[in-house]
Design a protein around this ligand. Structure first.
Ligand code: SF4
Length: 452
């Protein structure tokens, strides 16, 4: 398979793939979409080899549950693509690859408290999206989610179309958002998910085209036209919500918040109780490992691959090791993995910065880790410290407790702000060298904890 080297910058808002490599600061970035997030250890080992041999040895875990190989030179695109294709991770063309944005409960099949093992449904949906060329016109970031409940539920993940299991055979279909916020459409059978998705994708494309400014995401379209036009089109495949005396309209269906225990997502980086290998019922044991900024090396991936039979890639930028060996935790620790909920590095968010993005002018990862070292226990008082390489805020465009925004090698520092807000929100906290910014953050956190 030949991977044409892109000669034009990618269109704004597009997403990278294997067949649509993105040129960034450290070479080409290839996003590998892994169906259902299930990656056999042998495949992981081979992917690590590719990163080591052809790339710069850095591998990112994305918020969409994918692996990203970094630092691939143009001349290596073809052999890397061929190797990934041989493992089954490359679609026929870039268009069919781009629409395969399906999140799957990462503990599917590992957790007997889940309502349904949704791996098969997620794989079927992945394949339908690739095969159904009418859906290839969907916007690049349009996403889907299949959740079976249990400890790896995806209640807090926001996407365009949700399929949340309500029992062993049926899904609640809802549009645009988290479990709590998405607009419920009705119930469908597990075997109809691909057909429902196909019909919903077409409905989205048709209905948005009728608007003068077509929304690019489902939430925007539902806000503009409501749920009824979708319900009308989907009526043969979807049952309406059962009658209920309660306000939810889902009275005879187990209330999903109860089913999933909480509308809150699992810990942003680690699954509850997942820091130790454990077994639920007859399901295999697993071990959850996270990495600062969702980044690991080929050497780490290879070492972990030797210590388990399979990985699950979570949307929380963590890896689940299935059937870990007795020394898996030791190996993960030796490679700098995060194994505890109390690890303060979980509080840090940073984009690639100068090391991996043309726009970046500072080493965002080094700055963030310096803050963790300097601030220590003070980080316990905040949920997130975000170091952004510029005002775009790729890693976290929203508000964080502490946000550092880089400009020309210096930082603006702000509390409760988004990237780029810093200069307008705070006086005397702009234009700081990285070392001064780290010190200023430590001072701010000290003041915050003293006032708490
Ligand atoms: S936030 Fe700016 S520096 Fe960071 S990855 Fe995005 S564009 Fe690059």
């Amino acid at each position: 398979m030949t991977n044409p080297v892109p000669t034009q910058p990618r269109r704004r808002g597009t997403c990278p793939g294997v067949l649509a490599p993105m040129q960034v600061g450290d070479g080409f970035l290839l996003r590998v979409r892994v169906p259902a997030g299930v990656l056999p250890a042998e495949h992981a080992r081979r992917i690590a080899e590719l990163g080591d041999r052809y790339g710069n040895g850095l591998i990112d875990l994305s918020h969409r549950g994918n692996l990203q190989l970094r630092g691939i030179p143009a001349e290596a695109l073809e052999p890397v693509t061929d190797a990934l294709s041989a493992m089954g991770y490359v679609s026929d063309d870039a268009a069919s690859e781009a629409v395969r944005n399906v999140l799957c409960s990462p503990t599917a099949g590992l957790d007997s408290t889940a309502l349904m093992d949704v791996r098969g449904v997620a794989r079927t949906l992945d394949a339908r999206l690739a095969a159904d060329t009418a859906l290839h016109r969907l916007p690049p970031k349009f996403g889907w989610l299949v959740c079976g409940g249990g400890i790896g539920h995806l209640a807090g993940s926001s996407t365009d179309v949700r399929f949340d299991a309500v029992d062993t055979e049926r899904f609640r279909v809802s549009l645009g958002g988290t479990l709590a916020k998405a607009a419920p459409l009705g119930l469908c059978r597990a075997e109809d998910v691909a057909d429902v998705a196909s019909a919903l994708g077409r409905a989205f494309l048709d209905l948005r085209a009728e608007l003068p400014e077509p929304p690019r995401r489902m939430a925007g379209l539902v806000a503009a036209i409501g749920i009824e036009p979708f319900a009308t089109r989907l009526s043969p495949l979807i049952s309406p919500p059962p009658p209920s005396g309660g306000g939810s309209g889902w009275g005879q269906v187990p209330h999903l918040m109860d089913v999933f225990g909480s509308a809150e997502p699992p810990h942003p980086n680690l699954l509850p109780r997942g820091e130790k290998g454990f077994r639920i019922g007859e399901a295999p044991a697993f071990l959850t490992t996270a990495f600062p900024f969702g980044r690991l090396t080929s050497a780490t991936l290879s070492a972990l691959a030797a210590a388990c039979v399979e990985f699950r890639i979570t949307p929380w930028r963590a890896l689940i090791l299935v059937d870990p060996s007795t020394d898996a935790e030791h190996i993960a620790h030796a490679h700098g993995a995060i194994l505890s909920h109390t690890d303060r590095r979980l509080k840090l968010t940073a984009c690639s910065g100068a090391g991996g993005c043309d726009v970046g002018t500072t080493d965002t990862h080094a700055t963030a880790l310096a803050i963790a070292n300097r601030a220590g226990p003070l980080l316990d008082h905040v949920r997130m410290v975000h170091v952004s390489g510029c005002a775009k805020g790729c890693a976290h465009p929203a508000i964080a407790d502490v946000t550092l925004t880089a400009r020309d090698g210096e930082y603006d520092v702000a509390l409760n702000a988004k990237p780029g807000d810093a200069a307008s929100h705070m006086q005397g906290h702009t234009g700081l060298s990285p070392a001064d910014a780290v010190a200023r953050v430590a001072d701010l956190l000290t003041e915050e904890s003293a006032g708490a």
